[in-house]
Ligand binder design. Structure first.
Ligand code: NAG
Ligand code: NAG
Ligand code: NAG
Ligand code: NAG
Ligand code: NAG
Length: 950
């Protein structure tokens, strides 16, 4: 018997019976961020009282696997304060569960691959002004003009702190990233004591991919393409463009000391969690006050993850840990990354820059000005003819043509090029962006091959502006305003005009408006964690951020991602720490969160969910100058229709009396795609998230408070969500409790789920899952004619002859809510098991033909013929029939393809002809694995198998 994995089968079924639309809805929830485990390689934390006094490696040698097995130690961690242990690769199979129980071992985890950080978009370029003759290593071009190149600082009140001389002096920020090009003049032009990048370490070397051996050295320099990310994040923390170089850019904490730890190589691949942990421990040992980590992976669960422990240890020793929430906003709710979701990390969402910070002006022959977005001015281009994809001149009415979605236009362009009609040395290809064209760059990929050297991209909306590079082609972007301007010019060209030219004469930096400015970026991952803890905690500018880049790559780049937002918060924390050195880490987080400013949803009159923005956009000025402390810093209401009242304490730390008012600010209610309930509202699909106005209500025990200097008082907040009938749409309600006094405002974000997950249960019942198959149910499925035909109620017959024409039993079950453990197996047809849900009429008598094989002892007392499919979120041993990797909104579909099942101890069980029933059990939320009552179960109709195949 074979188990067809959920998605594999869905794809099969999708071919004939489910609409492509619903398949897309499903696949958005598939775990796109797989956890890649390095085989037989573990992080082992060792017990302090086991052979005390020995170094980690020697201690390992005293443990059972350490004394027997062939192995090599990858990393040693001998910080008694933070983490004492090793990472080790064994030469043969070692079982994690057994390892955890070994004498001397305090805890153990698999070594996993952490993907390298990939910005959501990036725009680079080479400076091509008169300055190019100069040695790029010593001098940067000098482009000035815009007042707003440092707009992100203004958005977060950092400019006002700088004006007060508050620049992070005395605080050490560790950046764990791809290394840094410290030769950049804006980053101090050197490395070591006295320099901006004062210390650091390279844990991996240029060639590390996560799968080969790291080659460490003491120098975190990275000048390679592929290793540039850390130069950008370092700039956001601390850059200072010299007087006559660059753009006049300033980082958030330009007087802080930066320590750069390199954990990624130059090329593809990633790094491993054991290397990152080595860097985190080194950062703490070197005296970091704040650690900034712009990378992550994982699948949204608060797993038993080694990052959790190390982050907590760092925080307990006074080190703030700031980490990106991730760039998978497309996945919808419940997709934060690790280490961002670690219990004690300050996780960061990305907000769009208020402007596109670098644009330059080109003029047409009539002196109409057009501002294009580019890191450097395209003055090298001189005068260029503009050629619209598909039509040559004039903007075609059909965007599928000008966008290149309709691939026939590329063939036409190729033949025009071949005929010599177009000389790409002095012609720019004008293309548009259209929403229907999903993979933009696939559609433009032909341009370089045809010989196009420069493209200009116009958009119908700023939302579509995804400034990214295309190999071999220089791209100039127009924002919505300038796109419209160009379209109008084309519309009004005289009928006899056959060409249109732009001259790239401007090299003065301009900024152009950004309609999405100061809203949370669509790419920024949503929280909360699957366990419903509020993440991200806070937001900061991360969309369209101009910062430093390796000199060999041009010196500057415009990037978007939570990677950019993270160092901004690290810098903000440093500014606060420099002024309030006595603050503990949790106080530091609380101040940043409480003084952050809640943002609206783009284009909607709703405050964005706290699942997107946490406490809101950081306000570093308010954080530094706050003289009121509110506790707690967040309210996690978990899953309940009537959550318990919450106590909130206000402390007046000012020198005078203050009057505080308390009010409720509801934020958007969000659902994931379909509501999965027959008769429910038909919510139109738009991305995977629906921000709705379904506000919770809030009652406060006090609506105002008067506090003398130094006084504290506590009030109660009773937050109650509206009743919700669509639990499988994974609803999340959110908002803020706001406390204000004069012009000071503090807000405490809250988040909750309006129904009890445990009561609802993971199995979707009375619901319409995507596709035409209902669930839970058994279907007949033919490999040669997939689709799933309905079966007879109570009992149906299946021939297992081994022929592809066999109508095989397909057990189809949707789980709508998360479950840590699900099992689908075959049990005796005459079982007395009482399920939560009957898949047949228990009052119909059946004359059973019981198979002539014995049942196994089975799981939790229910005898079984074996497992069809089982999975868990927890680690499993190497030879377990249970798979690791369960998430929610999952289809568990068991197709019985050949008559062999697997027992719990992984032996093969041969089925013979006879009657069987499928039994599905899913552990309810917060359930105890060993308690049968904590499972929701479904017992299916009789499967009468005629087995003639072997
Ligand atoms: C995750 O794993 C699945 C199944 O092995 C694979 O199809 C998918 O491409 C992987 N996703 C990523 C992001 O690696
Ligand atoms: C950790 O290892 C280093 C280098 O081998 C050594 O100098 C240090 O004393 C060790 N620390 C502890 C706590 O064992
Ligand atoms: C384009 O420029 C290149 C390099 O300057 C030159 O070799 C080529 O002949 C030019 N092509 C045309 C069609 O002018
Ligand atoms: C808030 O009000 C105080 C007292 O009136 C004033 O000193 C302070 O500058 C104000 N702060 C802001 C941000 O407007
Ligand atoms: C199973 O095989 C028998 C004998 O060949 C045949 O009569 C019967 O129709 C088959 N049943 C199904 C469900 O295919």
């Amino acid at each position: 018997m074979k188990f067809s994995s959920a998605l594999g089968l869905l794809a099969l079924v999708g071919g004939t019976s489910a609409s492509s639309n619903t398949i897309a809805a499903q696949s958005q929830l598939a775990p796109s961020q797989n956890i890649t485990v390095v085989p037989n390689t573990f992080l082992i934390e060792l017990q302090s009282d086991f052979h005390p006094g020995l170094q980690p490696k020697e201690k390992l040698a005293k443990t059972a696997p350490g004394s027997n097995a062939g192995y090599h130690v990858r990393q040693q961690y001998n910080s008694t304060e933070h983490f004492f242990g090793v990472s080790v690769a064994f030469d043969q199979d070692v079982d994690l569960a057994t390892l955890k129980k070994t004498a001397g071992v305090k805890n153990a985890w698999s070594v996993t691959v952490v993907p390298r950080p990939v910005p959501y978009q990036q725009l680079t370029g080479s400076p091509n002004s008169k300055d190019t003759s100069k040695d790029k290593r010593d001098t940067l071009p000098n482009y000035r003009g815009s007042e707003r190149v440092n707009e992100p600082l203004a958005m977060a009140g950092v400019d006002k702190l700088h004006a007060q001389g508050i620049k992070g002096k005395g605080v050490q920020i560790a950046i764990i990233d791809t290394g840094v090009d410290y030769n950049h003049p804006s980053l101090g032009g050197g490395f070591g004591p006295g320099h901006k990048i004062a210390l650091g370490y390279d844990f991996v070397g240029d060639d590390f991919t996560g799968f080969n051996s790291p080659v460490p050295d003491p120098d975190p320099l990275a000048t390679c393409v592929g290793g540039e990310h850390g130069t950008h994040t370092a700039g956001i923390v601390g850059m200072e463009d010299p007087e006559n170089e660059g753009f006049g850019l300033v980082g958030v904490a330009p007087e802080a000391t930066i320590a750069a730890y390199r954990v990624f190589g130059c090329n593809n691949g990633g790094t491993t969690n054991d290397v990152i942990i080595a860097a985190m421990l080194r950062a703490a040992q070197d005296g970091a006050d704040v650690v900034s980590m712009s990378f992550g992976g994982g699948n949204g669960w608060e797993l038993d993850d080694p990052f959790n422990d190390v982050v907590t240890q760092l925080v307990n020793s006074g080190v703030a840990v700031v980490a990106a929430i991730g760039n998978v906003g497309i996945e919808g709710l419940y997709w934060p990354q690790s280490p961002g979701l670690s219990h004690d990390a300050l996780s960061v969402a990305s907000v769009e820059n208020g402007v596109f910070p670098v644009a330059y002006t080109a003029h047409d022959d009539q002196q109409n000005a057009l501002d294009y977005i580019s890191v450097f001015p395209a003055t090298n281009l001189g005068r260029q003819q503009i050629y619209t994809l598909g039509t040559g001149l004039g903007v075609p009415p059909d965007p599928t043509i000008s966008s290149g979605c309709d691939t026939s236009v590329w063939a036409a362009l190729q033949s025009a090029t071949n005929r010599g009609t177009i000389n790409w040395n002095n012609t720019i290809l004008l293309v548009s962006v259209t929403e229907s064209c999903v993979s933009l760059f696939n559609n433009w990929g032909e341009a370089a091959a045809i010989g196009v050297q420069t493209m200009m991209v116009y958009v119908a909306d700023d939302e579509q502006l995804n400034a990214s590079p295309l190999d071999g082609v220089q791209i100039l972007y127009l924002n919505h305003e300038n796109s419209q301007k160009l379209i109008d010019i084309f519309d009004n060209l005289p009928a006899d005009q056959t060409s249109y030219y732009l001259t790239f004469d401007g090299d003065k930096v301009k900024d152009v408006p950004n309609k999405l400015g100061a809203t949370v970026d669509a790419f920024s991952s949503y929280g909360p964690t699957v366990e419903m803890t509020l993440v991200p905690k806070i937001s900061s500018p991360g969309g369209n951020i101009l910062s430093t880049w390796p000199l060999e790559g041009g010196g500057y780049a415009l990037l978007s991602g939570t990677s950019m937002a993270t160092p901004f918060i690290a810098g903000s924390a440093a500014l606060l720490k420099s002024q309030q050195p006595h603050l503990g880490v949790s106080e530091l987080y609380a101040r940043l969160m409480a003084t952050a400013k809640p943002l609206k949803e783009f284009g909607l009159p709703l405050v964005a969910s706290t699942a997107r923005q946490g406490g809101g956009l950081v306000d570093a000025y308010a954080a530094v100058h706050a003289d009121t402390v509110i506790s707690p810093s967040e309210i996690d209401l978990r899953d309940s229709a009537s959550p318990a009242p919450q106590k909130i304490t206000i402390t007046n730390q000012s020198k005078g009396k203050k009057t505080y008012q308390i009010r409720h600010v509801p934020a958007a209610f969000t659902r994931v795609y379909y509501n999965y309930l027959a008769g429910g509202p038909d919510i139109p699909r738009n991305g995977s998230i629906y921000p709705l106005e379904i506000d919770a209500s809030a009652k406060f025990s006090r609506s105002s408070l008067i506090l003398e200097a130094g006084q504290s008082a506590t009030f109660e907040a009773q937050i109650t969500p509206q009743e919700d009938k669509w639990p499988y749409s994974m609803p999340v309600y959110a908002g803020f409790v706001e406390v204000f006094s004069g012009n000071e405002t503090y807000s405490i974000p809250y988040i909750g789920v309006p129904t009890s997950r445990a009561e609802v249960g993971p199995i979707m019942v009375n619901a319409t899952p995507p596709g035409s198959l209902s669930s839970p149910a058994v279907y007949k499925f033919q490999i040669t004619n997939p689709g799933g035909q309905a079966t007879k109620p109570n009992i149906d017959t299946y021939n297992l002859t081994g022929s592809p024409d066999d109508a095989l039993p397909l057990i189809y079950i949707s789980t709508g809510l998360p479950s840590r453990l699900v099992r689908l197996e075959l049990v005796s047809a005459n079982t007395s098991f009482v399920p939560s849900i009957y898949g047949f009429d228990p009052n119909v008598a059946i004359d059973y033909r019981l198979p002539a094989i014995a049942t196994q002892s089975g799981y939790l007392g229910e005898p079984s013929y074996g497992i069809i499919s089982a999975s868990t979120i927890d680690p499993v041993s190497a030879n377990s029939p249970i798979q690791q990797g369960l998430t929610f909104n999952l289809f568990v579909s068991g197709l019985i393809e050949s008559p062999t099942l697997t027992s719990d101890n992984n032996t093969s069980i041969k089925l013979v002809s006879g009657d069987y029933r499928p039994l599905f059990r899913a552990l309810r939320w917060n359930g105890d694995e060993s308690n049968p009552a904590d499972y929701q179960s479904w017992l299916g109709p009789v499967l009468r198998l005629n087995v003639t195949s072997s």
